[in-house]
Design a protein around this ligand. Sequence first.
Ligand code: ZN
Length: 382
Amino acid sequence: MKKQLKTIAASVSALCIAASLCTSLTASAITLYPKTVMTKSSYMWNSCRNETIKLEYCTSKSDYQDYLYEPGRNIRTVSTSSAPGHTVNVNYNDILGAYTGSYEYWQASQCGLYNVEKAYDFYSSIGYTPTGLYVAINDHSTYVPGGNGGQRENAWALGDTLFFGLGSSDQSQEDAVKFLGSATDVVTHEYGHLVTQATFGWNDYSQLSPEAAALSEAYSDIFAELADEKNDWKVGATVFTKNGVSKPAGYYSYRDIANPANTHNPKTPNTTYYTNYSLWNAAVNANPYASDLDTSGSTIISHVAYTMAQSSYFVNNKQLLAKIWLRSLSKYNVADTTQITFRDCRYAFLDAAYEVLSEEGIPYYQSQALHLITAFNGANVF
Ligand SMILES: [Zn+2]
């Protein structure tokens, strides 16, 4: 969920394109189709299957294109072939599944849009003001039956667009995944990248230091699991086809934050440094260009958040903890956000904790503060 982001991040500067496109989607330019209510559709994936889905279709009179659109939050589906330039070319017939071969796309459009709505509401609830979004799902024209491609098996975030692959064409393979947008934690993770990009002003991931890149991954995972109703602290476990079949349940996940060494990804055999800043630093110094430093380092900080979440103070109030982590993004007292460190994170978080708890009228008792500090200490982040 990160590699793709790196390779195309240079084009993040195209972010402002959205402004011109949004102006073409003013109310006068849109004709809304009647609201469609789909209840417990058997065609939906996993988390979407038992939900009542309310979607609206719209079309722009300016270009006569049709979208699967949620007007309240200004979120609409586009195809990956159109992003990030946002020349939307999703065909209404595709959305309705009228074309042979696009049925999968139709399901993904609904399910992905629905989960992005949930993520949007989560970030709103903890104090972030989302803007209009695009949900990009693999264009069915790029679909190759029987084949597997990186784009189908990846998810990433860029500017104002969340990208979700349709999943592996060959579901029998060892690492097969289903539609990436079907998992609410994956969707919340990718949305988190948009939040950190916007807050830190990042427009090129290649400029990030290993620690900054790891923090980017950590924040996304922290938000994903603090929003996750399951409280399993495994990111993306539901999208892996073979999860629990040939390996212990949860083995196949993008990250196991409670027990980072148990996860399928990151795959580095040396697992000792996943929760230990000192050991990870030694590994970084030995090979600063290793490809997995963002993921292997991310669990140091996300595991800190996991530890906090287990305390009696936050165990029944994950939303409060999420508010603090979100607030911490604005508490980095650094000139260059591409070089932020775990130590910066510690102090930003503790500043944010004091501020958020004060605002919420919650006394910042020494024991509670000590618990937060202890969590960072436990990872050797001083
Ligand atoms: Zn990520």
